[in-house]
Design a protein around this ligand. Structure first.
Ligand SMILES: Nc1ncnc2c1ncn2[C@@H]1O[C@H](COP(=O)(O)OP(=O)(O)OP(=O)(O)O)[C@@H](O)[C@H]1O
Ligand SMILES: [Mg+2]
Length: 281
């Protein structure tokens, strides 16, 4: 493979990993006296799903907002394909190839599926919106990404279920050949069946070579989708590990790493009940 960096595998064989498409190096962000992120290093590679997990207030959404151009970091650097990138706005990030799916903000309810698909990238004929062409193109792209029998593209998005909305948002990123997909808590409001559908779409984005960053709370679900876990604690990265089938308890331990050392508790002495209690504090 070209453009890849290799590392030694377990058995000494060279495992070739693609170079990161997006990287954060020593990124920091403060809000007044609150340190939301401190010296965070994370790399995102094409075709890899990174799950970002961590306690409430650990800096996950702040990181997402920095990677999607909504906030500017006040320390550190962002790199796209190895070159320093300044994302001054959400538009900048989108133009660079980063698509962010927010829980509720991604789609406009009162607009049609087709208008939502082309939101911010509307097709025009002279000064007018070319609705016919947007509907035709949307239908074509939906078929291509396996959403072909989803309602008429002229229908309002308000008629879609939570899972269908997520699928449309993810599908849009794939259809427009974005390079990175960011999802902040994509399944928190979904049923189990809908979550499975959304996971299928996230996997499709992975297969198409997008780098995926997914913030998740549910430690059972996250094990089904992640290739790698990145764990934040009070604005710092405390773990960055491949998904090797860790148990829910092990993931909770990564999350509680900081808290445990503050309390002087040995990891190995913890049972699941105590962990759950600590997580609920
Ligand atoms: N706009 C803001 N103004 C002031 N403080 C903020 C702002 N955004 C985040 N913070 C603070 O920064 C810290 C990190 O918040 P962030 O929202 O990134 O956490 P999170 O990991 O996404 O949490 P959750 O799991 O609850 O969504 C928190 O202490 C939060 O109160
Ligand atoms: Mg958050």
């Amino acid at each position: 493979m070209t453009g890849g960096s290799s590392t030694e595998g377990v058995a000494g064989a060279a495992l070739v990993q693609p170079s990161p498409w997006f990287e954060a190096r020593r990124v920091g962000k403060r809000f007044g006296s609150v340190v939301a992120l401190e010296e965070v290093d994370v790399a995102f590679r094409p075709g890899e799903i990174v799950a970002l997990i961590g306690d409430n207030g650990s800096g996950k959404s702040t990181f997402v907002k920095i990677a999607s151009g909504v906030y500017q970091p006040d320390g550190g650097t962002l790199l796209i394909e190895g070159r320093e990138a300044r994302l001054r706005s959400a538009k900048d990030a989108r133009q660079a190839g980063i698509e962010t799916v927010h829980q509720d903000l991604g789609l406009v309810d009162s607009m049609s599926i087709a208008r939502n698909f082309f939101l911010g990238a509307e097709l025009r004929r002279g000064p007018f919106l070319d609705l016919t062409r947007m509907e035709r193109e949307t239908r074509k792209m939906l078929v291509e990404i396996g959403l072909g029998n989803l309602r008429a593209v002229g229908q309002e998005v308000s008629r879609l279920s939570g899972g269908e909305r997520q699928a449309i948002s993810i599908g849009r990123a794939v259809a427009f050949q974005k390079r990175m997909l960011i999802l902040d808590e994509p399944t928190s409001a979904l049923s189990i069946k809908e979550t499975e559908t959304v996971f299928e779409f996230i996997r499709m984005a992975k297969v198409r070579g997008l780098a995926v960053l997914c913030v998740m709370h549910n430690l059972v679900q996250v094990r089904d989708i992640a290739d790698r876990f990145v764990v934040f604690w009070h604005g710092r990265k405390v773990a960055d590990v491949a998904n090797t089938g860790q148990s829910e308890k092990e993931l909770a331990e990564y999350i509680l790493e900081g808290k445990l050392s503050e309390l002087g508790i040995e990891r190995s002495s913890l049972d699941t009940g105590t962990l759950r209690a600590l997580m609920q504090e």
